[in-house]
Design a protein around this ligand. Structure first.
Ligand code: GTP
Ligand code: SPV
Ligand code: MN
Length: 613
C-alpha cells in the first residue's frame, strides 16, 4: 500500500484541551441518548486529526488514496449508487403554519416530523462513533460569522466539513465566548450490530433532510452526499440562514462572488446566482479570454450579503472550500480549477485511471483507453455510459485555488457593484440583459427558469422555475422572500448606490442543438459589457425584457461566431415571451395573496412592452 504523504499539507499545531460550552455539552449528551453511538469524539480541526480520519476512511474502504506522485494526498470516494445527489423530495421545511414554508417547499408539521425523526434516529449510531463537529460560516471575527455544531457518524462527512468550513476549536471557542449556534444532527442511518462488517459507503434507503427554521435546527438522515450531509452548506448557510437573514435584514444567497479587474485597473465585485450545475464555479474561477482582464475568486456557491455601515451592499463567502462539479472541468474550460485540484483533494464518484489518477468527462479531450468507472467497474470508451457520475464532485480548500482573491476572507466583505441572475435555457433567453432598476431585477430573479441538472434527483433537462436559484434552498415562503428582496432594495436606495442587475444565459442553443455561445473564458466579453454599463460608457438598447447591448457594444472580436448565431443569441421573440409571461402568471398565482404587488406590476409592464413591440 502506498504511504500517506503528509508533507504536502501545512502543519497545524496540536490543539490544547478546550473548555467546552456547557450548552453544547448538554445537547451532545441528549443527542447521544437518542442515537446511542458506541463512542463520542469531539473534532478539533487539526491537521493531525484530518490525517487520522483519512487513514481510517482508507482502512474502511470508503476512500482510496490516489497515486501520490500524480495527485499528492488526494483520495477517491465511491458512494452507494443511490446516494449521488441532493434529494429535494426528501427535503422538508417544518414550520408551525404551512403557509410560512410556502408552496415551493415540502412542508411538514414540526411535531409530526419530530416524532417521525425520533423513530428513525433512535439507535441510528449504534456501533459507530459520533463526531461532534463545531464550525463557523464566515471568517471568525466577522460581524457576519455564524456558528453551528453538527454531530455525524460519517468520518467522510467530517473531513468534508473540514474543507468546506472553518471547523474545530476556533469555532467552539467562539461559541464558548457566547456566540449563538445552530445544532445539526446527521446520521447515515446504518447502525452496526456487534461484530457486523461495515460497508464502504453506509447510508439508508430512507432519507430525510429536515430544517426547523423557527427553532433553527437541522436533522439529516440516510445520506452522506455533500448537499444532504454537510449541513453547514445548503441546510444552514441557505435554508436556515435565509430565515435569519429575513429576520435580521440581510440576504443569504446561492451566489458566487468575484472580483473583476479590467485593464484600467479599477476593480468591481459581482455576485451571481445560477441554479445548481449551471456555471457558478466556472464563472468564479474564470480565466478571461480578453487580454489584460483579471477575474479573482471570492466564493463559488454561497454568499451572505448585507448593508454595511457605509450604506453599501457588502458580501462574504461563508464557506472555506469548493464542492464543485467535476464533469466539464478541463484545461480548456476551467484551467484554474484543474490547477486547484493538483493535490489535497477528495474526489467523489469520478473515474480512476490505471495509474491511480482521476478522470471525468471533459477533463481531457481524448478519453483514456481504460478506466475504472465511478461504480468501480471496468470501463472503455465503447462502454456507452459515462465513466464519472454526472454529479461527481471535488472537495478542495479555497486557499488552494490559484485565482483566490487576496481579500476573499475579509471579515468586512467586499462591496458589490452588480448582481447577476442566470439559468440554463436552450431557447428564448438572450446572452445578457440588463434590468431597468432594482425592482425589475427582482422580477428577473423571481422568474428565472432553468433546465434541471444532475445536482438533484429528478429529470435532467426539464424546465422549471427556480427563482433566484433558490428553489431548493429558501427556508421560508418564496413570496415573502421576494418581498424581502424588494424591501432590501428600498433600504439600499435610501442609503447609497443600488447595484445594477443583469440576467445571463450561457446555454442558448442553435437549430443543430449545440451551444451558440462558447462560454467559459469568453464570458469575460459579457463582463466587459457589464463593467462598461457600470461606468456608463457603453451602449444599450431597450427591449421588452430589459436593455440589450447596442450594435457593436458586445466585443466579439476574434470570436468564431457568425452573424446569424450572434443575432440568435440576442433574439427576443415576443410570442415566446408572451408564453413566458403566461407561465410566470401561473407561477405567481401559486403564491396567492402573498405575492408582492410590485411583482404583478412588473408582469403587467412586461406584457405592455411586449404588446407595444
Ligand atoms: P453547483 O455546484 O451544483 O451549484 O454548480 P455550479 O453552478 O457551480 O456549476 P458549475 O460551474 O460546476 O458548472 C456546471 C456544468 O456547467 C459543468 O459541466 C460546466 O462545464 C458547465 N458550464 C459552466 N459554465 C459554462 C459555460 O459558460 N458554457 C457551457 N456551455 N457550459 C458551462
Ligand atoms: C448544489 O447542488 O447546488 C451544490 C452541491 O452546490 S450541494 O452541496 O450538494 O448542494
Ligand atoms: Mn450550488
Amino acid at each position: 500500500m502506498t504511504l500517506l504523504d503528509r508533507t504536502s499539507i501545512p502543519n497545524a499545531p496540536v490543539a490544547e484541551r478546550r473548555q467546552r460550552p456547557a450548552e453544547v455539552d448538554v445537547w451532545v449528551s441528549q443527542i447521544a441518548q437518542l442515537l446511542e453511538p458506541a463512542e463520542i469524539r469531539w473534532v478539533d480541526g487539526s491537521t493531525r486529526e484530518r490525517h487520522e480520519l483519512l487513514q481510517l476512511l482508507v482502512s474502511t474502504g470508503t476512500i482510496e488514496q490516489l497515486n501520490p506522485d500524480l495527485r499528492p494526498y488526494s483520495f477517491l470516494a465511491r458512494s452507494a449508487e443511490s446516494d449521488v445527489a441532493r434529494l429535494e423530495s426528501r427535503t422538508f421545511i417544518c414550520t408551525e403554519h404551512e403557509a410560512d414554508a410556502g408552496p415551493t417547499n415540502n412542508w411538514r408539521e414540526p411535531a409530526a416530523m419530530r416524532a417521525e425523526l425520533e423513530g428513525v434516529m433512535r439507535g441510528a449510531m449504534r456501533g459507530r462513533t459520533m463526531y461532534v463537529v463545531p464550525f463557523a460560516m464566515g471568517p471568525i471575527g466577522s460581524p457576519m460569522a455564524r456558528f453551528g455544531v453538527q454531530v455525524t457518524d460519517s468520518p467522510y462527512v467530517v473531513v468534508s466539513i473540514g474543507t468546506m468550513t472553518r471547523m474545530g476549536d476556533a469555532a467552539l471557542d467562539a461559541i464558548a465566548r457566547g456566540a449563538s449556534w445552530v445544532p445539526a444532527v446527521h446520521s447515515v442511518g446504518a447502525p452496526l450490530a456487534p461484530g457486523q462488517q461495515d460497508v464502504p459507503w453506509p447510508c439508508n434507503d430512507t432519507k430525510y433532510i429536515v430544517q426547523f427554521p423557527e427553532t433553527r435546527e437541522i436533522w439529516s438522515y440516510g445520506s452522506a452526499y455533500g448537499g444532504n450531509a454537510i449541513l453547514a452548506k445548503k441546510a444552514y448557510a441557505l435554508r436556515i440562514a435565509s430565515v435569519m437573514a429575513r429576520d435580521e435584514g440581510w440576504l443569504a444567497e446561492h451566489m458566487l462572488l468575484i472580483k473583476v479587474t479590467p485593464p484600467s485597473g479599477k476593480s468591481y465585485h459581482l455576485a451571481a446566482a445560477f441554479p445548481s450545475a449551471c456555471g457558478k464555479t466556472n464563472m468564479a474561477m474564470m480565466t478571461p479570454s480578453l487580454p489584460g482582464w483579471k477575474v479573482e475568486t471570492i466564493g463559488d456557491d454561497i454568499a451572505w450579503l448585507w448593508i454595511g455601515a457605509d450604506g453599501r451592499l457588502r458580501a462574504i463567502n461563508p464557506e472555506a472550500g469548493f464542492f464543485g462539479v467535476a464533469p466539464g472541468t478541463g484545461m480548456r474550460t476551467n484551467p484554474t480549477a484543474v490547477d486547484a485540484l493538483w493535490g489535497n483533494t477528495i474526489f467523489t464518484n469520478v473515474a480512476r485511471t490505471d495509474d491511480g489518477d482521476v478522470w471525468w468527462e471533459g477533463l481531457t479531450d481524448e478519453k483514456p483507453a481504460r478506466l475504472t468507472d465511478w461504480r468501480g467497474e471496468q470501463w472503455t470508451p465503447d462502454s456507452g455510459r459515462p465513466a464519472a457520475h454526472p454529479n461527481s464532485r471535488f472537495t478542495v480548500s479555497a486557499r488552494q485555488c490559484p485565482s483566490i482573491a487576496e481579500d476573499w476572507d475579509d471579515p468586512e466583505g467586499v462591496v458589490i457593484d452588480a448582481i447577476i441572475f442566470g439559468g440554463r435555457r436552450a431557447s428564448n433567453v438572450p446572452l445578457v440583459v440588463e434590468a431597468r432598476d432594482w425592482d425589475h431585477g427582482v422580477f428577473m430573479g423571481a422568474t428565472i427558469a432553468s433546465e434541471q441538472t444532475a445536482a438533484a434527483e429528478g429529470t435532467v433537462g426539464e424546465l422549471r422555475r427556480d427563482p433566484f436559484a433558490m428553489l431548493p434552498f429558501a427556508g421560508y415562503n418564496m413570496a415573502d422572500y421576494f418581498a424581502h428582496w424588494l424591501d432590501f432594495g428600498r433600504r439600499l436606495r435610501r442609503s447609497a448606490r443600488v447595484p445594477r442587475v443583469f440576467q445571463v444565459n450561457w446555454f442558448r442553443k442553435g437549430a443543430d442543438g449545440s451551444f451558440l455561445w462558447p462560454g467559459f473564458g469568453e464570458n469575460a466579453r459579457v463582463l466587459e459589457w457589464m463593467v462598461g454599463r457600470l461606468d456608463g460608457q457603453i451602449g444599450a438598447v431597450d427591449s421588452p425584457i430589459g436593455s440589450l447591448p447596442s450594435d457593436g457594444a458586445l466585443n466579439v472580436e476574434g470570436l468564431e461566431l457568425d452573424e446569424a448565431a450572434l443575432t440568435e443569441l440576442f433574439r427576443v421573440d415576443p410570442a415566446a415571451f408572451e408564453a413566458e409571461a403566461d407561465d410566470i402568471e401561473a407561477f405567481f398565482a401559486t403564491f396567492g395573496d402573498r405575492l408582492p404587488v410590485e411583482l404583478s406590476r412588473q408582469l403587467t409592464l412586461l406584457r405592455d412592452r411586449l404588446a407595444a413591440a
